[in-house]
Design a protein around this ligand. Structure first.
Ligand code: NDP
Length: 329
């Protein structure tokens, strides 16, 4: 019995290529749970792992896909039984370990979470790592004092995966959302997700000239990093927090410490990959409760395994809107 998988191979010159191939189960890596995958998705990291690897993939041939949802097919772990619906994000699956761009995946049971009540396997992948991380960021801001009525919350890289879900969650939780985008044509889309103000990327993407500017934002979910994050730090209200999620605009942070010292600004690091189990479950429950499913559906672009290589190239250029859902079957 064979099943389909998107296999990335590397040639002698170090060039990678990806193609859908029929393979047998004995090629799956070690693990104590085998899942019949139903859906996967596309994150920025998947763009790297489907293409040149970005230093994340160690061995080839490789099956990327950092997220998947599906049904347990075999399990040697007491926590999961045949037929259970499960979700996986992170734990370096799709990077170090074969991932979700296949009709079957074999993983360690510790990496799975049960599909949250109220979500389908497709909706879970419309959320995926990007949406899960957006919820971790919003929870971190609220745990550090963000309340409705404090003022506008900024979302950077807003038309991307993390940004789209963060915008929808913040709006659904009653916050005023200002969305930063480099794609003005996405303004109506961002407003449909709940943004009340659109900020042009070039307005905020400049090198810091003054360490403190007008106190403008009550919170920020930042998917961009680099100059934009540095600039935003100087625009935060007194005591407000920025959740640093991504580096779509660069890994540097050309900032001063003045916003921390004079305004008590907090910079909160958000990691989805090694996030402990209890907080994973908390975030997924909050997603099922607070993310409006009609808004989630409006973000979705459906795709197949064969579409993934092209979409991977597009996401690395900031050219994918919202969330891609990959139906692996
Ligand atoms: P997307 O590509 O979907 O979104 C990124 C968005 O950032 C783009 O859509 C674009 O938004 C904006 N952007 C792209 N390039 C630039 C640039 N040069 N300058 C300013 N803005 C830019 O990716 P994801 O949403 O999947 O991921 C976003 C980031 O978060 C990535 O860096 C990713 O690695 C990181 N990430 C981190 C996680 C963690 O655990 N910490 C988990 C998930 C993601 P627009 O067109 O609206 O301006």
């Amino acid at each position: 019995m064979t099943f389909n998988a998107l296999i990335v191979e590397k040639d002698d010159e170090g060039k990678t290529s990806a193609s859908v191939q029929a393979i047998t189960e004995d090629r799956l890596p070690e693990g104590n749970v085998t899942v019949a995958v139903e859906y996967s998705t596309l994150n920025y990291k998947d763009g790297l792992c489907v293409g040149p690897g970005g230093g994340l993939v160690r061995t080839y041939p490789h099956v990327p896909g950092i997220d998947f949802s599906g049904t347990v097919e075999t399990s040697d772990d007491a926590r999961y039984s045949v037929g259970d619906k499960v979700v996986l994000t992170g734990w370096r699956v799709g990077e170090m370990h074969w991932g979700g761009y296949a009709q079957k995946a074999r993983v360690n049971a510790d990496w799975l979470v049960p599909l949250p009540d109220g979500l389908t396997t497709r909706q879970a992948m419309a959320v995926g790592t990007a949406g899960f991380t957006a919820m971790l960021a919003v929870m971190a801001l609220e745990d550090h004092g963000l309340k409705t009525g404090n003022g506008e919350v900024l979302v950077t890289g807003a038309a991307g995966g993390v940004g789209s879900v963060a915008t929808a969650i913040l709006a659904a939780r009653g916050h005023d959302v200002a969305a930063v985008t480099g794609r003005p044509e996405q303004a109506d889309y961002l407003k449909s997700l709940g943004a009340t103000r659109i900020v042009a990327r070039e307005e905020i993407n400049e090198t810091v000239k003054r360490p403190l500017e007008a106190e403008t934002w009550a919170g920020c979910v930042d998917a961009v990093g680099g100059d934009m994050l540095a600039r935003v730090l100087g625009q935060m209200k007194y005591g407000a927090s920025v959740a640093a999620v991504g580096l779509a605009g660069g890994a540097g942070l050309p900032a001063t410490v003045i916003p921390f010292l004079l305004r008590g600004v907090n910079l909160l690091g958000i990691d989805s990959v090694m996030q402990p189990y209890a907080n994973r479950v908390r975030a997924w429950e909050a997603i099922a409760k607070d993310l409006p499913m009609d808004k989630l559906e409006a973000m979705v672009k459906p795709a197949t395994l064969a579409d993934v290589p092209d979409l991977g190239r597009a996401i690395l250029k900031g050219g994918v809107r919202g969330r891609v859902v990959v139906d692996v079957n």
